[in-house]
Ligand binder design. Structure first.
Ligand SMILES: [Zn+2]
Length: 274
């Protein structure tokens, strides 16, 4: 599932290719997505306008086409791809924005848990749940957010990292990776962590995200998320624990353990994480 580094990589790739370009037309498939894909609105509100900004809040992408705004969420399997003129459209492409000069922006989502919603630009800020999202872990006060959460609740620290109202953009992969790097068990209550361990976790969260972003950025330099290698970047990161149940811990060689926690698997090393 795309998390902050993947969404940020998509944002940078699409921005580099299409910022300042005018949309000329929109093609929309009739499919059921997490929120309705309203072809009539896309065709009425986007063509004729320039893509002036592409921002990110957590895992949400916010596009500004002059007086029109759009919110895109990639869900479980969504991708935004910049396609060259005449490139054959991939299966599961639900939305195509045609830009001047022939380039296209595709929204591809096989599992359709994502969405792409268009509205007058004034509506962007209030679009739920954007107003409730916590700070961005790359630029915001991660330590402060964790300290505030520790005062309010006793939930496992992994659940706190996944709570988008505490920090926006972290999913299960990077939550597990950050906890490994900080040497903290996912099950540990956030309220039990002292200030020093919270500070260590805040550093780990930022490092894990920045490393992943750098890996995505490396892929970017090689040509980016083209239609053929659209998932590159995502797999460039070497994960320490996530998805590695039974495999040797990269630090101590003991087997990585998986445990169901709040409906999502937590991966951790029982000897490196306390
Ligand atoms: Zn270990």
């Amino acid at each position: 599932m795309p998390e902050l580094p993947e969404v940020e990589t998509v944002r940078r790739t699409v921005s580099a290719a299409l910022l300042g370009c005018r949309a000329e037309g929109v093609g929309v498939a009739t499919v059921k997505m997490r929120l309705p894909l309203d072809g009539e609105r896309w065709r009425r509100l986007v063509p004729g306008r320039r893509l002036e900004a592409l921002d990110r809040r957590g895992k949400y992408l916010l596009a500004r086409f002059e007086d029109t705004g759009a919110v895109v969420h990639l869900g479980m399997s969504g991708r935004l791809l910049v396609a060259a003129p005449g490139q054959p459209v991939l299966p599961h492409t639900h939305l195509v924005v045609h830009f001047e000069g022939g380039r296209e922006l595709w929204f591809v989502d096989p599992r359709r848990f994502g969405f792409a919603v268009v509205m007058p630009v004034e509506g962007l800020k209030a679009f739920p749940p954007l107003p409730e999202l916590g700070p961005d872990p790359l630029t915001g006060d991660v330590e402060g957010a964790l300290a505030a959460a520790a005062c309010r609740q006793r939930a496992p620290v992994r659940s706190i990292l996944l709570d988008q109202r505490v920090l926006a953009g972290i999913g299960n992969i990077y939550a597990c990776e950050a906890l490994f790097r900080a040497g903290i068990r996912p099950q540990r209550s956030v309220a039990e962590l002292g200030a020093r361990r919270r500070a260590r976790l805040a550093v780990a969260v930022r490092e894990v995200l920045q490393d992943a972003l750098a890996a995505g950025g490396t892929t970017l330099a090689d040509g980016g998320f083209s239609a053929s290698d659209g998932q590159a970047g995502y797999f460039a990161v070497q994960l320490a624990v996530y998805g590695r149940e039974g495999a040797p811990c990269r630090r101590c060689s003991r087997p990585v353990r998986r445990q169901a926690l709040g409906g999502r698997s937590a991966y951790y090393c029982p000897s490196c994480q306390r």
